[in-house]
Design a protein around this ligand. Structure first.
Ligand SMILES: C[S@@+](CC[C@H](N)C(=O)[O-])C[C@H]1O[C@@H](n2cnc3c(N)ncnc32)[C@H](O)[C@@H]1O
Length: 345
């Protein structure tokens, strides 16, 4: 039976059409970012022809892309109809170093990222990553190891997020009584740099995949922590540096399934002294989390088969790996948590 469609329903239909076209809007923003349009317009207004010449694009189509983008506030069209200017929204995408939104836009714009979302149905059917299905059998970890462009995009996105939150973590937890901190899967080193900067008596070790270590050394080399850190090129499935007072692992467990998380935590536990402390630092989600957190959780499954979890899940997994949970400490107001755990007696 067909329901009568009144004026209210038409509004709902229109809303659905806008949602269905959401992917196209995102793609248009990705392309504008790839072409460097926010950077070009940061230098001043430009006509479509000038922008097309600067970006080696088809001027009439670039004009239509820009016109479409202005309908939701990305760029501004001037009254002459041919000239475009920056808007508050497009200004967010200017590629200044450490700008989380612009590095995120470049990460999302990559063909392999977009292709993986295109296979979301596979992820929902199987609960596993769609990345390999979408990218000729190559996994996310393999691609970000072997492809320089993919490596750069991923590392820049990871580092921008990490820089923002690392100082908050170094403030939220009292590291002052530790002499030696090991950051497991420490990424580009921003957490270790923040801890060592805030606590001049602490020394640190960063464990990372060999291809990431030189980048971490670069960041740590620029921090004022000379002589107080070492980097270890290794594999947290194999061995974790032993005997430190505090072990941290930030936003790295969420990349894996439950059984693998328990394996990683057991490796860390084997490296710990009976009185060492482990800090699991993760963004936690539950069913009431906001839209951004829920979609980022899905992204983890799409890319690597991981997921963000409620704090209770991390506690349960750490207990399974032989830890006793001491407490959970909130960091900032974005759902980031430090879960403090110690080896079970
Ligand atoms: C999402 S990133 C988080 C990095 C960092 N902790 C941060 O918060 O910015 C996950 C990290 O795990 C590292 N990783 C993945 N597999 C690893 C392994 N087998 N051994 C050590 N590190 C690994 C990756 O290189 C990546 O830097």
């Amino acid at each position: 039976m067909t329901e009568h469609v009144g004026p209210v329903d038409k509004a709902v239909n229109k809303e659905m059409v806008a949602l269905l076209q959401g992917a196209w809007r995102s793609r248009a923003i990705h392309v504008a970012t790839e072409l460097g349009l926010p950077d070009l317009l940061a230098e001043g207004e430009r006509t479509v022809d000038e922008l097309a010449a600067a970006t080696d694009t088809h001027a009439p189509t670039l004009g239509r892309l820009l016109r479409a983008l202005t309908t939701f506030g990305v760029f501004r069209r001037l009254p002459d109809g041919r000239t475009y200017a920056q808007s508050p929204l497009s200004a967010v995408l200017v590629s200044t170093p450490g700008n989380a939104e612009s590095t995120d836009a470049r990460f999302m714009a990559a063909g392999w990222h977009w292709a993986a979302w295109g296979e979301l149905l596979h992820t929902v059917r199987t609960g596993t990553s769609s990345f390999e299905v979408a990218n000729d059998g190559v996994s996310f970890w393999e691609l970000t190891k072997t492809d320089p462009d993919a490596k750069q995009r991923f590392n820049a996105a990871m580092s921008a997020v990490s820089l923002e939150e690392s100082a908050d973590i170094a403030r939220a937890y009292d590291f002052s009584s530790a002499r030696h901190v090991v950051d497991v899967a420490g990424g580009l080193g921003s957490l270790l740099a923040a801890i060592l900067t805030a606590h001049p008596a602490v020394r640190g070790t960063l464990l990372e995949r060999p291809e990431i270590v030189p980048l971490a050394r670069e960041l740590l080399g620029k921090a004022d922590v000379e002589g107080r850190y070492e980097t270890v090129a290794g594999d947290f499935f194999e061995e974790v540096p032993a005997g430190a007072d505090v072990y941290t692992i930030k936003r790295a467990l969420h990349d894996w399934d439950d059984a693998t998380i328990v394996r990683i935590l057991r490796r860390i536990r084997e490296a710990m002294r009976p009185d060492s402390v482990l800090l699991v630092i993760e963004g936690v989600v539950d069913e009431d989390s906001d839209q951004e957190a829920l979609f980022r959780g899905l992204l983890l499954t799409v890319l690597v088969g991981g997921q963000d979890r409620p704090e209770s899940d991390y506690r349960a997994l750490a207990e399974e790996a032989g830890f006793t949970i001491r407490r959970g400490i909130p960091v900032g107001d974005g759902g980031l948590r430090i879960i403090e755990a110690v080896p079970m007696a």
